[in-house]
Write a protein that binds this ligand. Sequence first.
Ligand code: FAD
Length: 460
Amino acid sequence: MSKSITIAGAGLVGSLLGIMLAKRGYMVQIFERRADMRTESMLAGRSINLAMSDRGLMALEMAGLAEDIRKIAIPMRNRIMHDEHGGISKQPYGVDDQAINSVSRGDLNMMLMTMAEANGVTIHFNARCQSIDVDSATAVFGEEPNNLQTAQSDILIGADGAYSAVRDALLRTDRFDYSQSYLDHGYKELHIPPTPDGGFQLDKNALHIWPRHSFMMIALPNLDGSFTVTLFLAHKGPVSFEHLTTENAVTEFFATHFADAVPLMPTLLQDFFSNPESSLVTVKCSPWTRNSNIVLIGDAAHALVPFYGQGMNCGFEDCRVLIDCLDYTNDNWERALQLYEHHRKPDGDAIADLAVQNFIEMRDKVADKDFLRRKRIEGFMFKRYPTKFVPQYTLVTFMPNVPYSEAKRIAKEQDVLMARLMNNPIVYNEWESDAGIKIIDDEMETRKELVYLPISPSVY
Ligand SMILES: Cc1cc2nc3c(=O)[nH]c(=O)nc-3n(C[C@H](O)[C@H](O)[C@H](O)COP(=O)(O)OP(=O)(O)OC[C@H]3O[C@@H](n4cnc5c(N)ncnc54)[C@H](O)[C@@H]3O)c2cc1C
C-alpha cells in the first residue's frame, strides 16, 4: 500500500481529500500557493458564498464533517425570482423540506484546513507548485530562488483548481486531451448589507434571482445578515460590462434592470468599480490519471461554469468516489485510479454540459410562462410517479447516488416526453383534471421504472 501522498492545493477539494486520506492512514502533505487564510487578513473583505447540496454533504458525511458544516450553512428552500417591475415569485427547489445550502467559501475552507491538520495533515503555505517531473511524480513547490521544496511521494494529487499546474505538466505528455472554453459572459460580485440590527433585507431561506434574458443577477444569504450578489453579464456587446465604465452608466443600468435591488445596495458603485470582472471557463481534459501515481481532482480535472451550483459539490463527490475506489480495491492505487477515471470522467463531462445548459435556463427561462408551467407539470408527475419520472434538477441536486451522466441521459429522455405532453392542450391547460391525468397515466403506464448505474464500484 502506498503511504505518502502529496496534494497540490489546499482549496476546498484538496483539504477535504487530505482529511479523508489521512483518516485512512496515509501520510499526507498539502502545498498551497496562498498564505494561510486563517492568520492573514485576506478574508477581511466581504464573504463569497457557495450553494452546497446533497452531493457535497454526502461526501462530507463520509468524512464525518457534515454536522459541523451544516452549522455554518443557511438552507435555501426556494428560488425567488424578481421581475423588472419589482414583482416576486417563488419556486421550491425540491419537495418537503429539501434545500440547497449557502455556505461561506472562506469559512468552509478554513474549517476544512483546520480539520485536515487535526487529522495529521501538514499544510505548507506560500508554496506554489513550480515544476513537476511526471515520470517520478516529483513536484517542486515554493518561491524561486529560495524556499523551494521538493516533494517526492508515492502519489501526487492535483487539487490546484481550474488553472492547475499539475494538469499543465500532464498537458505536455503524449495523448493528453484538453479543452477550455470561455463563456461570452463574465461576473462581478456585489453586496447587500444586513439591516442595522443585523437582520436580512430579503428572504434569507432563498436564492434570489433577477433573470433578464441575456443577463441576470443572483443573491445568496450569509450568516451575518448580508447577501453576496453576483451579476452575470456579457463581457462585450450591446448590453455588457464594456459599457459600464462610468458611474452614470452603472446607475442607469441598475435603475433600469434591477430597480428593486438598488435601495438594498448602498455601496453599489463602490463595489462595482473595486471588484474585478471575472470570466467563466469550462475545462475538460483526459486522462485524469497517469502511471498510477498522478491524479487530478476537483476543478483541476473539470472546471465548470457555476450555474448548477455543482463545482464544489462535484469536487467533493470526486473525493467520495476516489475513496470508494480505494475501499473496493483494498488500496490498490493502480486499480483504484483506473476505476476512479472510469466512473468519474463521464460524470465530469456531463455536469460541465448541464452547467452551461442551466445558465440559459436561469437567465432566460425561469421567468418564461411555458417553462414555469412545465416545471409545475413535472412536479405533479414526480409526485405521482416518483420511481418513473424525476426532474433533472432533483436528479442533479438531491440524488447523490445517481451519476451526473445518468441524470443527463434520463433528463434528455424525459425532455422528449415532456415536449409531447406540453403539446397536448388538455395536459397543458388542466393537467390535474381527470382528462389530463388520464393522458399522463397512459404515457407513464408503458414507461419502465428508472434504474440508475452505480456512481462508483460499490453501491452505497
Ligand atoms: C462565481 C462562482 C460561483 C460558484 N458557485 C458555486 C456553488 O454555488 N456551488 C458549488 O458547488 N460550486 C460553485 N462554484 C465552483 C467552486 O468554486 C469550485 O468548483 C471549487 O472551488 C473547486 O474546488 P477546488 O479545491 O478544486 O479548487 P479551488 O477552490 O480553486 O482550490 C484550488 C487551490 O489550489 C491552490 N493553487 C492553485 N494553483 C496552485 C499551485 N500552482 N500550487 C499550489 N497551490 C495552488 C489555490 O490557491 C487554491 O487554494 C462557483 C465558482 C464560481 C467561479
